[in-house]
Ligand binder design. Sequence first.
Ligand code: GLN
Length: 302
Amino acid sequence: MKLLDTLKPSIYHLKKANIDEPVIEAAVLVFHVSGVDRLTAYRDNPEIGPVILSEIHRLIGRRAMGEPMQYIIGEADFMDLVIKVGRGVLIPRPETEILAREAIKEARNLKFIARGLKRNSGHVTPPVQQSPGLRILDLCSGSGCIALALAREFPDANILGIDISGTAVKYAETNAAFNKISNVIFLEGSLFGPVTSMPGFDLIVSNPPYIKTSEIDTLQREVREWEPLEALDGGMDGLDFYKKILLGAGRHLRKGGKILLEAGYDQAGEIAVITEKAGFKKITVTKDFSGIDRILKAEWPA
Ligand code: GLN
């Protein structure tokens, strides 16, 4: 059988299973299994053996059951990282790249300001390079994508990711190794649990579970049936984790340290109120690609 002849039945199978983009997804899986890139496939249309053919059937079957493409392929892109994913770990979302980017921006500012610009007879000497390295905490770190993006950007920073799921922590460690990043540690635990006696972080970031329990049923099948509920469910009002994180964050931040949180589509206002009540100042919000208030930033007052 020729490779391109597997496309039509694959597309048909996915269409019948109500998969949104059957043409694109069938092609991605067929070319993934065969290890032949699209261009070569259309130019040479190579003959394929029974092993490849049955593997194409197997993966198309998995996708038809609603399993997310990233779980089937085993990886997702995040910033310039390849993030290994599979059952038990949340797939990185594009909007979370905004959180990572904003966190990188803040970390850059903190690194510059934090270690003190020395005034020397009217001239400012930037002491940035003497910086002992930022300390960054990522709560609900999941696949590790945010912590790893920060770690790659700041090789002298010490980054700690914490997640309640042992499976997620294993994936995060695999991702650190796969991306050759060594300045990050992942620990299994509940929020601040593993760092109870550790103050002085420069930055805390988190993309916690934030979907209202009552809205879980309305999520896409791929998410609802396949991704870990514990990475999605934020309790009755979706705000459970923000309350706990914001209440504890002050004890773990240094003065002038920052917190950055990803918010659900309608939550930024409510989270801002909680943030203010917790004693944070300079609260700002960044929108995502769809104009939704997505990232909340605040400062622990000096
Ligand atoms: N953004 C994810 C979704 O829409 C939810 C992730 C989260 O709860 N933090 O499925």
